[in-house]
Design a protein around this ligand. Sequence first.
Ligand SMILES: [Zn+2]
Length: 486
Amino acid sequence: MNKRIRKLLFFIIVFNIILFLFTTKTFAREISEDIDSIDDSQYPGIKAMIQDLKSRHPNWKFKVEYTNLSWEEVINAEHQGHSASVSPSNLVQADSPSYGGLWICEICENQRYDTGSWYCASVEALEYMMDPRNSLNDSDLFQFMQLSGFDNFDNETVRNTLKQMASKYPLINDECINATIEAANTYKVDPYYIMAKILEEQSVTSPLYTGEGYNGLYKGYYNLFNIGATATSGNRGDVIINGLSYAASQNWDSKSASIKGGVQIIAKNYISQEQDTLYYQKFDVIGDSKYEHQYQQNVLGAQTAGSNLKKLYSTYDPNLNNNYSFIIPLYRGTPSEKCPRPAIDRQHTLSSLNGIAGDVNGDNQVNIGDVIYLINYINGKVQIPDNKLPLARVCGNNNLTIGDAILLINYINGKAVLKNVGVITSTLNQTTTVKLLPNGSDYKNISQGMEIKILKLAESPVADVYWDLVVGSNGVYGYIPRNNYN
Ligand SMILES: [Zn+2]
């Protein structure tokens, strides 16, 4: 080949590679600083809340990230792993008076995970913690602080601030302070973020902090960020051993080595991978490994670390007037109202219910593949006609499809128990014929006799019917109609 052509080809290839890298890097994220243009009908309430924060803190910089993910998809994707072998993506502290009732996953109930002090988190807990509107306030905002590109801090100011904090937090000692400052300079990571993370992860008595080892093993090793400290067994000892074993594999034989090594991993695996806020480190809603690359399972992890971060900043900047930058995630289909804090009590009493059907995917329309709930509840009893069920009307939409499943549900003290399963065999005008399956049959993952529980009460009706979110004991979700509750 002619030398000049080869040279030209070479440049074309290099140019294209650069163009490819440039475009994928630049346009992969849709981040905007234009707060005034946020569409309030798509992202209700966000614009006003950010504008309010900006008006009270003129130095703060806000960006919004259009994740292009739907709220429903994100919540479903985070509500996964309901078994000991997989381990849930999100956990909530067990045995705590603040996190009972609707905080706890209805599928897993009192199944314990991780160290044995954690329950699987519910849909309500996830919605409450992930809804950015619940954290667009002075106390919870710092979980959105942008952590990347941090190379402008004064070592002595940092040292003095951390020394002041040490009186409040005994685990901050001189060795931790020195290692934090060194790691912050080396990896261009905010030193206060490093310390906030340690405070969130550690206690002074944890073997991962003390270096005393566990059951005679791994004495002299430290893992202040709890990297690799997980276990599916639900046994605290296994979590500690796994964390210490990881520390030994990295040769973290001092607090200092653990901090420097840990910051290197966090900077490389999280911050430079666009998980550059505490929120994104907890809830992995951007990047290629979506929902899988999450720093911790504690559903409150981002909020706790964020509030520690804010405390550290306010030690040297009491009115928080510095130029902090925040990235707020936006989700398509954000609910019109802020997701409420889950109730600690989940008891509801049903008084009466009348007929009709619901769908599984929550769009209030019945489509092929949906599971249908048919209920005829009269005078406190479920009426089960022999081979023919009452007219099925779904929010005025009669798209019942042959092959759809029909469930008959009996309500007892607020618990719904599946009584029978039927399959639609024909639909004609306003009537539907259903063939009940023999006792003990399963259909579309629904088993007879399966208990169904109410997960969430609908707050507004659709065509005069309130559709409450329910879940079967095998994790199948559905909506059931409600007319009256006491
Ligand atoms: Zn669960």
